[in-house]
Design a protein around this ligand. Structure first.
Ligand code: GUN
Ligand code: ZN
Length: 438
């Protein structure tokens, strides 16, 4: 495609508010015949085709009459080096880390291997309709260089960082508090704020960092404005016990992170399953975000995410910033549609039936809000980055047949999140330019 302005016509769906707070209907804006104008990487106008057609000029015009134009999906927690171990049989978290993850991650000492996997990962993100993500690399700076370079080539908005581990991991995967700080800071200088890229200080989780490393991570995060902090929290009960034995003086798992200064705006806590009430409250009060990883939680048998506590708590408790996430390779798919379907099933086990609008919100505008990026991505509005997904609503013969029996938009959205996957990605636009086409 050209580098000029592009116009997309077709059914368009975006969120203008939070369906958990104001209700599904009030939070959604649907245009059955919409027009999205994109220029210089941004959305310049969005609305009904009939109202906006007079603004069409030299735009390259594409019509998707049978599709659904959405904001690109956002994956708030994913490990690109684990692309090569998706679907590894037979164990729960800690054994899975030792048996598969910590073996695979050692290969990322190689810049060539890192580049090859980063390319495959980003290609598959686009194939799944994901245009932005918060990504774990490995302990090796080479793995971060390769990832940011690959993301930059594609013009994608990516948050990523070098994993910090200075204990309880194989020696080839460990750094030290000082070395981890220095290597991360050099990567921040090279990549943070460059184009659409942001850095995340990434202590893997409390069991693999000494107090000195957690302290250093917090100092680095505080020193560099706009950087993120990502880690894992309360994924399994066994992990909670381990943290208790490593940090006996702390009142709970989240208190370890809070004590060292690792909670607050732009912190992202993967999983957040086995939490006490005071921990939920601290997440809300501190402006921290959680990344819900349903396919991973099911695959590793980790537990059930509490949607109601996170997003619709009893007043005066406040909702937690929450995004959906794949957590590949603990997660089994890079598709956010598949992830929404898994989130629904996890909710069902806990007696919470996640509606389609709420699920789509958690993969778009809600995820952007969790990342403090709601002014840039996650919805289709003038001034927002032009990252768009064109969803084919008839991606398999069975879905095509099922869709003929849908009476409402919500029903159609629900069928898509339960049945569809990356085959439904008809086209993806990144910063206003075609980046993937089926
Ligand atoms: N906890 C610490 N590291 C990891 C990881 O790589 N994947 C998952 N799912 N949980 C973790
Ligand atoms: Zn993870």
């Amino acid at each position: 495609s050209t580098a000029g302005p592009v116009a997309l016509r077709g059914p368009t769906l975006t969120f203008t508010g939070d369906p958990f707070q104001i209700g599904d209907q009030a939070a959604m804006r649907y245009e059955p015949d919409g027009l999205v104008l994109m220029e210089n990487g941004k959305v310049s106008a969005a609305g009904g085709y009939q109202e906006l057609r007079t603004q069409l000029r030299s735009h390259e015009f594409v019509h998707y009459p049978d599709a659904l134009i959405l904001p690109g999906f956002i994956d708030t927690h994913v490990h690109y080096p684990q692309t090569q171990i998706i679907g590894a049989y037979g164990s729960q978290l800690i054994e899975w880390l030792n048996k598969y993850t910590f073996v695979a991650e050692q290969q990322f000492a190689s810049a060539e291997h890192s580049s090859a996997v980063a390319d495959i990962f980003l290609r598959e993100c686009l194939r799944a309709g994901t245009t932005a993500a918060a990504v774990y690399c490995t302990v090796h700076p080479e793995s971060v260089e390769a990832f940011f370079h690959a993301a930059q080539q594609r013009g994608m908005r990516m948050i990523a960082g070098k994993v910090l581990m200075d204990r309880n991991a194989p020696p080839p995967l460990t750094d030290t508090a000082q070395r981890g700080y220095d290597e991360s800071e050099a990567l921040i200088a090279r990549w943070h704020g460059k184009g659409r890229l942001s850095y995340a200080v990434t202590p893997r989780f409390a069991p693999t960092s000494t107090p000195a490393q957690l302290e250093a991570a917090a100092a680095l995060w505080k020193k560099h404005a706009g950087t993120y902090m990502q880690t894992h929290l309360a994924e399994t009960l066994q992990e909670n016990e381990w943290v208790k034995s490593l940090f006996p003086e702390r009142s709970g798992y989240l208190d370890v992170y809070a004590h060292y200064g690792l909670t607050g705006p732009r912190s992202i806590f993967g999983h957040s399953l086995h939490l006490a009430e005071d921990e939920w409250r601290h997440l809300a009060d501190s402006g921290s975000a959680v990344a819900h990883c349903p396919s991973s939680n099911g695959f590793l048998g980790s537990g059930l995410f509490d949607f109601a506590r996170a997003r619709q708590p009893q007043a005066p408790q406040r909702p937690i910033r929450t995004g959906l996430a794949t957590d590949v390779g603990g997660g089994t798919t890079l598709s956010m549609l598949r992830t929404m379907g898994e989130a629904y099933k996890i909710g069902q086990f806990g007696g919470y039936s996640l509606s389609a609008p709420k699920a789509f919100y958690l993969a778009t505008r809600g995820a952007a809000q969790a990342l403090y990026l709601e002014d840039k991505i996650g919805s289709i509005e003038p001034g927002m980055d032009a990252d768009l997904l064109v969803l084919n609503l008839k991606s398999t013969p069975l879905i095509d047949f099922r869709m003929k029996h849908c009476d409402t938009l919500e029903e159609a959205m629900f069928v898509q999140m339960i049945m569809a996957d990356d085959r439904a990605t008809q086209a993806v636009y990144v910063a206003g330019q075609l980046a993937y086409q089926d």
